[in-house]
Write a protein that binds this ligand. Structure first.
Ligand code: PEP
Ligand code: MG
Length: 552
């Protein structure tokens, strides 16, 4: 048995085979070829293989997602039959005597530019398909498709680190646990693991050993340990641990349908954080009282091009209708920092966490923002929508946002499109500037939601992504807790309610403190709802208030 230790970021125990995830080399190697005919033949073989792969995918998709959605694979096949596309690749090989991968890459870039310049929105979206088809060809040509169908059965994934865009691409049903050598507690990958309720271990140095591939392992998301080829004793201890967790989970089920109210009658709302439409199942299963944070940027991360107004509308409508009349707070896109999206073509920044991210993108590229706002407003008639804005630092940003919203509403009015007149508007408090001026911001807004992940990193000048930062990025730091308290008091003095949607909201050791401060809502990972409800119902705020607030 080999034991690898790291840091636990999502509790749970997983048994299963290991899959060592190695990132594909994405750069294309350009090289000279002597014989263009042989190279064209190699391209033709790859093209035939790609067409037959797409055929298989089409047949599989019909059964799983229906004919309309499966059509995309037929469109890709048609692109591979397109004479202009084929001719361009062959000409580049013949004229420049270079390898087929490079010729496909160059043709792809030209076609993508051509599609993107078109007026018709449908044609513009086809640029993503050209990219997809070309990548398939390049993978086949460079032999990178071997072993690319990475796993058929559920596995424990081991990786050096995972970007949020990679994590969202995994088939969630097939992941038993995540183990990474890098990572940090509040990185978006850890947050995603918690959202999926999948045991996760980060900072597990030595885990990324290719010889572990396929071996049996146990990942312990309580202690942050990975056991490769576990011995009998470890198997029986871990089996017992898993049984205990299942029992506790069963006991917590009794709290479903109950109110989140303290012994002395203080009520809070316990809501859930989600990243996409599929997470709503877990929200309802865990009896959340609403959605306190829908990280809408995952719609952008999961897509190869800007999601259209209609695609966004369908996603927001689906979440709102499933939640019936429970409040759903959708956060406008928070792209930037670790959540990079290629097609945004953002200039490279020295310091992306402090650069053009979130609301700063929306205010500098209002077209993108307006598309999202239109989709949100149109969807608002299907439920109880609230909208919030990330990374606010100044009052003028809120005023500008409100002005853009007025424009959007006027547009919708003139087009005769309906929207709700009762949408609550709020902002995230995740910069020290917003916390300190929360009394000013409160005058313009219905609510605040405190983003403790960013608030901690900006307050303590400690990068939340840095795996080595350890105790320097301490969300329990008195400065962070004082900010939270200050925001709650400022908001209440101005008739605004306050929630916490950062990871600290799920920290049960602070539930009493937040109740003593007078928090109105906590939005947490779905699996944390019932344990926190238990804590709330066991708390007598009047009895603990002075003690827990003594040093804040
Ligand atoms: C936060 O910063 O606390 C937050 C909830 O937003 P995100 O983690 O998506 O940056
Ligand atoms: Mg944030």
């Amino acid at each position: 048995m080999i034991t690898v230790s790291g840091k636990a970021v999502c509790a749970g125990v997983a048994f299963g085979p290991v899959f060592v995830f190695s990132r594909e080399e994405s750069t294309i190697k350009r090289y000279h070829v002597e014989n263009s005919e042989d190279e064209i033949e190699r391209f033709e073989q790859a093209r035939t293989q790609a067409i037959s792969e797409l055929d298989m995918l089409y047949n599989k998709a019909i059964g799983e997602v229906g004919e309309a959605n499966a059509m995309i694979f037929q469109i890709h096949q048609m692109m591979l039959e397109d004479l202009d596309y084929i001719e361009s690749i062959k000409n580049i090989i013949t004229d420049q005597l270079i390898n087929a991968e490079t010729a496909v890459g160059q043709t792809c870039d030209n076609f993508v530019q051509m599609f993107r310049a078109m007026d018709d929105a449908y044609m513009r979206e086809r640029s993503a398909d050209v990219k997809d088809v070309s990548e398939r060809l390049i993978k086949i040509l460079s032999g990178r498709d071997k072993g690319n169908i990475i796993y058929d059965n559920p596995v424990i994934i081991i990786a050096d680190d995972l970007a949020p865009s990679e994590t969202v691409q995994f088939d969630k049903e097939k992941i038993l646990a995540f183990v990474t050598e890098g990572g940090s507690t509040n990185s978006h990958t850890s947050i995603l693991a918690r959202m999926m309720n999948i045991p996760a271990v980060i900072g597990a140095k030595g885990a990324l050993d290719p010889s572990f591939n396929g071996k049996t392992a146990i990942a312990d998301g309580f202690t942050g340990t990975l056991y490769i080829d576990p011995d009998e004793d470890t198997i029986s201890k871990m089996t017992e641990k898993k049984r205990e967790i299942e029992e506790q989970t069963k006991l917590l089920q009794q709290l479903k349908g109950q109110k989140s109210i303290t012994k002395d009658g203080q009520k809070i709302e316990l809501c859930a954080n989600i990243g996409n439409v599929h997470d709503v199942g877990a929200v309802l299963n865990n009896d959340a009282e609403g959605i306190g944070l829908f990280r809408s940027e995952f719609l952008y991360l999961e897509s190869n091009d800007y999601p259209s107004e209609d695609i966004q509308f369908a996603a927001y409508k689906s979440v709102l209708s499933q939640m019936v009349n429970k409040r759903v707070i959708i956060r406008t896109l928070d792209i930037g920092a670790d959540k990079q999206v290629d097609y945004f073509n953002m200039p490279k920044e020295e310091n992306p966490a402090m650069g053009i991210r979130a609301i700063r993108i929306c205010l500098t590229r209002p077209d993108i923002f307006k598309t999202q706002l239109r989709a949100l407003y149109r969807a608002s008639v299907f439920g109880r929508l609230a909208i919030m804005f990330p990374m606010i630092a100044s009052e003028w940003e809120i005023l500008k946002v409100l002005e853009i919203i007025e424009n959007v509403k006027n547009e919708l009015d003139s087009e005769g499109l309906a929207y709700s007149k009762n949408i609550e508007l709020g902002c995230m408090i995740e910069t020290p500037a917003a916390a300190v001026t929360s009394d000013i911001l409160a005058k313009h807004l219905d609510f605040f939601s405190i983003g403790t992940n960013d608030l901690t990193q900006y307050t303590l000048a400690a990068d939340r992504q840095n795996p080595d930062i350890g105790e320097f990025c301490d969300s329990h730091h008195v400065a962070v807790l004082r900010f939270i308290n200050m925001v709650i008091q400022n908001a209440h003095a101005n008739g605004t309610w306050v929630g916490i949607c950062g990871e600290l909201g799920s920290d049960i050791t602070l539930t009493e403190t937040f109740l003593a401060m007078g928090i109105d809502e906590l939005s947490v990972t779905p699996s944390a709802i019932l344990p926190i409800r238990k804590k709330v119902t066991e708390t007598d705020v009047s009895a603990i208030k002075d003690i827990v607030l003594k040093n804040i």
